[in-house]
Design a binder for this molecule. Structure first.
Ligand SMILES: [Zn+2]
Length: 88
């Protein structure tokens, strides 16, 4: 049985508690997320593949499908450079 993929995930900022519902990409993982309230840059916790798995109400689409498509433990440890949040 296939269950529908949920693409909306509510991210809770661990710094200020702000919640924001975001739409997840189907085939890519978002490793960095900047809180829209306090500007804190969220990164996946160790063992999690993206910020939605760590801080979202719903894990990312690959995880929902029982896939490890975006697992960071596949050899390389090179994370992309986090986006600059527009000055201090
Ligand atoms: Zn925040």
């Amino acid at each position: 049985m296939s269950q529908p993929i949920i693409r909306q995930s509510t991210i809770t900022c661990p710094t200020c508690g702000h919640q924001e519902t975001e739409t997840m990409p189907m085939d890519a993982c978002q490793w960095f997320y900047a809180c829209k309230k306090c500007g804190a840059l969220l990164k996946p916790k160790p063992g999690d593949c993206c910020v939605f798995c760590s801080y979202g109400s719903v894990p990312c689409p690959p995880r929902q499908q029982d896939q490890d498509a975006c697992s960071p433990s596949s050899g390389t440890t090179s994370y992309p450079i986090p986006p600059q949040s527009g000055g201090l």
